[in-house]
Design a protein around this ligand. Structure first.
Ligand code: COA
Length: 171
């Protein structure tokens, strides 16, 4: 399920006469023709039984903090099937994204680490098949209790957070 909001609608969100802006909705079953130049935000939600996950939400730079993201999510939530009982989303370190989810009412439910092996990082514990000499790169998951150790050994460590919002009956 994907929704977009256009520039005109975005302008109306905070500054225009319409307090309840309409949002153009796209889905795999009905794709409305829109002018791509005017799209300022997009949301993509994946539904798996009772659980829904925000795969993508983004607004165009220059239109942030004008209610576009909030309008997109409010609208998308109205389109959720009534079987959905929870909506989640995953973030890394972006302070703005974390603040936005919290402001919307999401609560952090779980966190773990994304760890990348890069040049200059510790190779302790890695093994490679012959004739290779060493790993070039690696992407690892680690428990958040290992954050101090991971940051000491690897340059690139991200805290990955799951945000959760209970949903009471959708469309
Ligand atoms: C996250 C994102 C979708 C928010 O959309 P938005 O339209 O800018 O947000 P809204 O206008 O709906 O913000 C509502 C409230 O959330 C909070 N908020 C939003 N952006 C924030 C920021 N950068 N820093 C702190 N708080 C923020 C504020 O409380 C804001 O209300 P206010 O402007 O009256 O203070 C947008 O910043 C974005 O596209 N970010 C880049 C992509 C991204 O990180 N997506 C999430 C991936 S997990």
């Amino acid at each position: 399920m994907t929704s977009c909001v256009t520039c005109t609608e975005a302008t109306n969100l905070r500054y225009g006469p319409d307090p309840d802006p309409s949002v153009i909705c796209l889905s795999t079953s009905s794709i409305a023709p829109i002018d791509a130049q005017s799209v300022v935000g997009i949301i993509d939600i994946e539904i798996d039984g009772q659980a829904a996950t925000i795969d993508t939400i983004a607004v165009l730079p220059g239109t942030s903090r004008r209610g576009v993201g909030t309008a997109l999510l409010n609208h998308a939530m109205q389109l959720l099937p009534s079987t959905v009982t929870s909506l989640d989303a995953w973030t890394r370190g972006d302070a703005g994204a974390n603040a936005w989810y919290q402001k919307f009412g999401f609560r952090e439910n779980f966190r773990y680490l994304h760890v990348y092996l890069a040049s200059g990082d510790s190779l302790d514990g890695f093994a490679v098949p012959k004739p290779l000499s060493k790993p070039v790169t690696a992407f690892m998951h680690a428990g958040s209790e290992h954050e101090e150790h991971m940051r000491a050994a690897y340059h690139r460590v991200h805290v990955c957070r799951q945000y959760l919002l209970p949903v009471a009956g959708g469309a």
